[in-house]
Ligand binder design. Structure first.
Ligand code: DC
Length: 226
């Protein structure tokens, strides 16, 4: 079973996907973390982010591992734990170079599909319902207004003790939206058969209940391969 959750940056996909996976006993896969992990390595090595050939061989030579440990997702690149590093601003701002390279995406998609051979999953990203699993058992497109997404990010950072400006976050999210939606390969868009939720003004609980209701309508409570 595969539940695909797509949507723009800051739409709350990760939070929802994580809890959903926990409730259903499925594996949670954050595909953004995979693109971020490769970005981290590319920045560390100082490679030319505009050179697709270099990025292609880099992605082929890189082992990215997502591991669940005590309910938390840990990210490893070639054995090095980079869970925190991949959330740095430099990685966030450069990830689109990696995400727009067609051959890098081909490699990522291959790995993502392999994950579903072993486990039922909740996978979140930008192209899960459109490209990675066009036949997903449930597709959700989670959206929220730009203002709301900026507010959520702001509060998240504040909680971590990071001082920032909400207007700046809003401007950065807008740029990321444009990049995700306008790239040639696997742009962010709503899959025709996706269940669209505009979570503006909604609590997480409400979003989860909507998704679980949809899930039960389709499959009842127990459908699982494992
Ligand atoms: O969801 P995120 O912000 O952690 O994603 C990091 C980057 O990866 C962002 O530039 C969008 C891109 N991405 C993508 O192109 N396809 C995915 N399936 C997931 C993320």
């Amino acid at each position: 079973m595969v539940i695909a959750i797509d949507g723009p940056a800051g739409s709350g996909k990760s939070t929802v996907a994580k809890i959903l996976a926990e409730k259903l006993g499925y594996l949670y896969v954050d595909t953004g973390a995979m693109y971020r992990a490769l970005t981290y390595k590319a920045l560390k090595k100082g490679v030319d982010l505009e050179n697709e050939d270099i990025l292609t061989s880099l992605s082929r030579q890189t082992k990215i591992l997502l591991k669940e440990k005590e309910g938390k997702l840990k990210v490893f690149v070639d054995g090095e734990e980079v869970t925190e590093n991949i959330r740095e601003e430099s990685v966030t701002n450069s990830a689109f170079y990696i995400a727009r390279a067609p051959s890098v995406r081909t490699e990522m998609v291959k790995q993502q599909r392999e994950m579903a051979e072993e486990r039922d999953l909740v996978m979140e990203g930008r192209d899960i319902g459109t490209v990675v699993f066009p036949g997903a058992d449930l597709k959700v497109y989670l959206d929220a207004s730009l203002k709301e997404r900026a507010k959520r990010r702001f509060l998240e950072l504040k909680e971590k003790g990071v001082k920032t400006d909400i207007k700046r976050i809003e401007a950065e999210l807008k740029i990321r939206d444009e990049k995700d939606k306008s790239r040639k390969v696997a742009p962010l868009k709503v899959a025709g058969d996706a269940f669209v939720i505009d979570s503006t003004g909604m609590e997480i609980e409400e979003e989860l209940n909507l998704i679980l209701k949809k899930w039960r309508e389709k499959y009842g409570t127990t459908k699982s391969r494992t």
